[in-house]
Each structure stands twice: as C-alpha cells, then as structure tokens.
Design a protein around this ligand. Structure first.
Ligand code: HEC
Ligand code: HEC
Length: 349
C-alpha cells in the first residue's frame, strides 16, 4: 500500500507536459563576427535561451550525470585545454581508460558530425553517448532522470527553461547542447590579424603561406573558418588500423581508418593530438605531415606526398620543409590560440 502511494505521488508530481500558459524565456543571442563566420544552424526545437544555456552549463559541470557522482563532462573537457583532456585517454568513473582522445569543444556549434567516427549527427544526440558509455560516465538514463527529479532546484530550473514538470533525458540533452553552442572562439591572434588589429611576424606569415598553399597543403582539410572541413579523412597515420574510425559507423570498406578532421583552433592547448592522442607536441604532428605519412589503401588523395601513393606526386616523398619552415608553420598554428576563450568566465560554473 505504502509503495503504491509513493508511486501515485510520483505520477501526480511528474507531469510529462508543461501546464503553465504564461511560460516565457529570455532569448540568448550568440555573439560572433557574422561577416567571417557563417550563421550557426540551430535546431528549431532547441533555440537558445538564457535559462537553457545556464541550466546546460550547470549540468555540464555536475557529476550527477555519472553513475557514482564522481565525474562530470568537465572532468574530460577542461577549459584550460580548450575543453579537451590533457590525458591521452580519459579515465571514466570506474577507472577504465577509453581508447580515443577527448575532443576540444570549441566552435562545435558549426560542426555537422560529432565524435572521431561521426557517430552523432547533432550535439543533442551526442550527449546520450558519454552518459551511458560504460568506460565514461557508466550511468543509465532512468537513474539520471530520477536523481534530477529528486532535486527541487533542478525541477525549478527545467521548469523555467522548458516549462516541464518532469525532467527527461531529451531535455537534459537539449540544455547541454545549448551551453555547448555558446563555446565560441573568435579572438585568436589569427582572428585579430584578419580584422587588421595586429600584424603577423614574418615567421607567422610564412607559416600561413605554407598552411594555405600546396607547399604544406593543410588548407584542403583544415580550410574553413574553424580550420576543419566537417568531413573525414585518412591522413596517413597507419598502415594497419587498430581503430577503424568512420567504418565503425558506415560499414563501408572505403571508410576504414578515416577520422573526423579536428578543428585547429586552440590547438596549442589541446595536446595530445590525433584520435588516439599519439603525438604529444605540435613538432611531432608537423614531422608526421612533413614525412608524407604512410600508405594504406584508404589514404586520402590529398595526402599527396605519401611514399608510393598512386594518387600522389610521383617521385616526391614528404613535404620537404626545412627546419625554419617547420618552425614557421608551428608559429602560424600558435596564432589560433585564444586566451579569452580559455579564461572566459561565462564558461565557468
Ligand atoms: C570520461 C571522459 C569523458 C566524459 C566524462 C565526457 N566526454 Fe565528451 N568526449 C570524450 C572522448 C574520449 C571523446 C571522443 C569520443 C569518440 O570520438 O569516440 C568525446 C567527444 C565529445 C564530443 C564530440 C566533439 C566533436 O567535435 O566531435 C562532444 C560534443 C562531447 N564529448 C561532449 C561531452 C558532454 C556534453 C559530456 C557530458 C555529458 C561529455 N562529453 C563527457 C571524453 C569524455
Ligand atoms: C587529407 C586531409 C588532411 C590534410 C591535408 C591535413 N590534415 Fe591535419 N588532420 C586531418 C585529420 C583527418 C586529422 C585527424 C586524424 C586522426 O586523428 O586519425 C588531422 C589532425 C591534425 C592535427 C591534430 C589535431 C588534434 O586536435 O588532435 C593537427 C595539429 C593537424 N592535423 C595539422 C595539420 C597540418 C599542419 C597540416 C598541413 C601540414 C594538415 N594537418 C594537413 C586531416 C588532414
């Protein structure tokens, strides 16, 4: 009888639909230079509001999402590291290591695919992965929903943001996605240079030239305003793959060993590098590209200097950059650092 009563109480107190007719939220306007950045596409059913963004931030930093209340999203996505993890592999709630390096979360509102293999097609969808992943937060949504519904504060905040009385996973994901879309960087030295606010040194200018011409050939894949291309490539890291990347999602042979091109914004802060965090420094990354990389059947045709690549430039292996040119390329990559982003108090709990 007692059990039944508690059950009844829960049903009564937890309406799936909102019932407040004068529900109002405050719109949240994203600030970024609209002459250089395309309009960020935001789902019609999850427009940003002050209430939603601030709730999403609270959830992002709250270990309540993990099974033993030990880790939050921010445990693996650390602001000082451009919301990435300085560890090669992140440690989940049970002390287990994952097998991929955590992404930096900067300007991700402009991305069309998420995760190294593109397994999520929206930020809302992506949130579902870490919460239940046994090597990350190892939780289940029923427990998350119960824990949140048991908190008067959260029930209030979800009511204010979404006009719901009963907190569910969909709205948890919506709130976090709203916060993630605010993680915008547009004040790097590179941005200031494009606005004519600072001058590049000769080294940086030469690095830019290497980056944006056939000389270094980086721009083909890291060429949009966020220094990525919303696509997947095999950038000649391995002859044999331990992680099959995009193939895991599509099952297409041609996708074996292809990974999402990561943004290079704040790359100075987001070491280690590549899907498996194999390189600790930008020097190592540049040496990889300068060597041309290694051949495998799915290697990208744009990796033109791979030894014996049938699509490649005959007779040339590697970019043949001098030490000075490698330094200059690095100097250019460092212009993509945005200290304002790393220290922005809007992104702190
Ligand atoms: C245990 C460490 C860990 C935790 C906790 C974690 N992440 Fe991640 N995150 C990762 C790793 C590792 C990846 C790369 C996964 C992959 O590609 O398979 C990732 C990828 C992502 C991406 C994809 C970014 C892109 O550009 O494709 C987003 C977004 C993200 N995480 C958000 C979150 C949110 C939101 C939470 C909390 C609900 C969270 N993460 C919790 C480690 C973590
Ligand atoms: C054919 C497309 C392609 C070209 C050309 C290319 N990249 Fe990449 N880059 C990628 C992909 C894909 C990854 C991720 C690969 C992985 O993790 O398996 C990557 C990763 C990186 C990373 C690691 C970033 C991180 O957060 O882990 C850096 C730095 C980088 N590239 C810089 C460069 C530079 C500099 C050049 C030019 C010398 C260049 N790339 C040329 C596609 C490319």
């Amino acid at each position: 009888m007692k059990k039944f009563f508690i059950f009844l109480l829960l049903i009564i107190s937890c309406h799936p639909e909102g019932d407040d007719n004068d529900f109002e939220t405050t719109p949240y306007s994203l600030i970024y230079p609209s002459d250089v950045f395309p309009t960020m596409l935001i789902p019609e059913d999850n427009l940003l509001t002050q209430e939603g963004v601030s709730l999403g931030k609270k959830l992002f930093f709250d270990p309540i999402l993990s099974s033993n209340n030990a880790i939050s999203c921010a445990s693996c996505h650390i602001q000082a590291n451009s919301f990435s993890d300085p560890n090669q592999y992140s440690i989940g709630v049970n002390g287990d290591f994952g097998f991929r390096n955590a992404f930096s979360l900067v300007n991700i509102g402009w991305n069309s695919f998420f995760n190294w293999d593109g397994s999520a097609s929206s930020l809302e969808h992506q949130v579902f992965e870490p919460v239940t992943n046994p090597i990350e937060m190892a939780n289940n949504w029923e427990k998350v929903e119960n824990d949140l519904n048991a908190s008067g504060e959260y029930r209030n905040l979800f009511k204010q943001a979404f006009n719901i009385d009963c907190i569910d996973s969909t709205h948890v994901a919506k709130a976090i996605a709203q916060f993630e879309r605010t993680l915008i960087s547009y004040n790097s030295r590179y941005d200031k240079w494009t606005r004519g606010e600072v001058m590049f040194t000769n080294e940086e200018l030469d690095g830019l030239n290497i980056f944006t011409t056939e000389r270094g050939d980086c721009f083909h894949c890291h060429g949009n305003i966020n220094f990525m291309d919303n696509s997947f490539h095999n950038n000649a890291l391995d002859e044999n793959f331990t992680d099959l990347g995009l193939y895991e999602v599509t099952g297409n042979e041609l996708d074996k060993g292809l990974f999402k091109t990561p943004t290079l914004r704040n790359v100075e802060f987001s070491a280690p590098y590549m899907h498996d965090g194999r390189f600790n420094t930008l020097e190592e990354v540049i040496d990889h590209y300068n060597s041309g990389g290694v051949y495998s059947p799915t290697v990208d045709p744009l990796m033109k200097y791979v030894n014996s690549n049938p699509y490649g430039i005959p007779g040339q292996t590697g970019l043949l950059l001098t030490q000075q040119e490698k330094n200059n390329l690095k100097a250019f990559l460092l212009t993509l650092s945005d200290e304002n982003f790393i220290q922005n108090s809007n992104f702190q709990p």
